[in-house]
Every structure is written in structure tokens, then in C-alpha cells.
Design a protein around this ligand. Sequence first.
Ligand code: SF4
Ligand code: ZN
Ligand code: ZN
Length: 313
Amino acid sequence: MSVATCTICKRRKAFFFRPYSREKLCKRCFIESVEEKVRATIARYQMLEFDDRIAVAVSGGKDSVSLLHILAKMEQNYPKASLVAITVDEGIRRYRDEALKIATENCKKLDIEHHTASFKELYGYTLDEIIKHLKRGKDKLTPCAYCGVLRRKALNVVARDVKADKLATAHTLDDEAQTILLNILHGAPLRIARVKPLTDKAHPKLVQRIKPFCEIPEKETTLYAYAQKITFQDILCPYASEALRNDIRLFLQGMEEKHAGITFTIFKSIAKIRPAIAKIAKKEELNECSECGEPTTGRICKACQMLQQLGTR
Ligand code: SF4
Ligand code: ZN
Ligand code: ZN
């Protein structure tokens, strides 16, 4: 029986089959193809300027650590660009502490400036403490809803503090397709206008976000981390509870197995109609939160509202 050879170099042994392109790839060609795809994605959506200061949100998980490694490699060709890493410590015992260590190790290895910020310092509570409060009240929001809003704000604050022009997050193609379907299933399709690879310059205090992995399937970011022997955290957060997102993830995985490339089709279909959705979605003016000064559509930002509710419980 002949061992399959790589479709690209036609020399080395294949170790990965890419169902949607029917390519068989050796380790080296696979690594290069992922890096090339990231480069192409950044160029297609004009995510970066040659002298941008880029802050990468690094949680310590496989996707964010892989993104850090790829951007560090790319940055070598752009001497005027600079790269920093940001890790938000939500305060989740026996989970984020380990991830923080891994993020720090990776930054040291790559010689990248690393900034951290904790919920405790910024908001006065760890996520563990917030969850304890929630259990006492009758709150219907999940831990992830709190965590997401507070982390988003923390990342923006730190990215701005370190004078970053762009904030890069490691959302993969799977994450993007899930978010699109989630918005539809939540009855909020107009929100799709905001889910995009490069966010608008909506407010001077809001650092533009980029998603260089938005066209890369999660399977490939994971495999990239293994192939490059990158250290990452592989345990699940104890609060991971977004039930609907999980169902969508399983649904999409099943569909992808049967119909290779369908996740990308969802992403591309939405990209085609996004400008039309943006036209009917009301362009919301951003003001500064009367409590903390962060950009928000209301008078008080969501993070401050959540914290105020916790304080009054
Ligand atoms: Fe936060 Fe939820 Fe992610 Fe845990 S799973 S880190 S609670 S968003
Ligand atoms: Zn090859
Ligand atoms: Zn606020």
C-alpha cells in the first residue's frame, strides 16, 4: 500500500487531509499554508498598516497562542510594526492562573512585551466572586455573559493604554459562523453587521479589532499548534455554559463532516449581504459612559451596569 504523498510538494508524506480542498498536506506544507492563509486574510480585509502597533489578546488557549506565533513570525518582515500581547485574568481559580503562566512563557520565548490586567484590579471582583453573587440573586445571565462584557472592556482599556492601533483576537472561522447563527437564532440578525473581520473606527477610544483567523477552521489552528509544538492550555473553563452556542457548534461540525466547506459558505454568504444589513441597521452613535468614560451606545456602559447590579445585590 503506498503512503499518500503531499499534494503540494509531491515529496513528503502527507499527515493531514483538507476535506474542503481535497488536498493532502505534509507537516511543512500544512504549516506554510496556514501562515499563508493568515497573510492573505490580513491583506484581503486590509487589517494592518505597515507601522501598526498590534496588541494580541492571548488567553493561553491554542488559538490565541498560535495567532501570537504567526504574527510574531510575520512581524519580522515589517520592522516598523510592533507586537504586544495582552492577557486578561478574569480570576477563575485553577483555570486562568495556569493559562496566564502559559501565555507568559510563550511571550518570553518569542520576546514579546506582555501586559496583563485582572478583573479584580479593574472592577474590584474576580469572576469567581461575581458567580458567587449571581448564585444568590435571580440573575438569568450566564457566567459567560458577564465574562464576555467585562473582558471586552478590559481588552479595550489595556490595548488603548499600551497605544495599540489594532487589537487582534483569535476568533476562528468556526467562531465566526457560530456567532452569525447565534445572532439569527437570538432574533437579532442586524447585529451581524457588527461581526466582521475588521471593525470600524467607531470612536477614538475604541481600538479597532481584527480577526486574522476568521477564515481558518478551528481544526487547523489546533493542528498548527500541535505541529509547531506550541505549549497551550487545553482544559475547558469550568463555567463554559453557553448552551445554544454549543448546540450550534455540534450542528456545524456535523454539517461540515457531511458537506465539507459549508462553514466557509455561511461566512462568505453573510459577507455578501453584510453591507445591506448595515444599511438597515440603525447606525448607533457612541457616547462616553458617564461612569467610566468607555465608549457606549447608552448613558452607562454594559460593564458598569453589570457591576452596579452586583453592588446592589
Ligand atoms: Fe469566560 Fe465563559 Fe470563556 Fe469561561 S467559558 S472564560 S466564563 S467566556
Ligand atoms: Zn508538502
Ligand atoms: Zn462604564
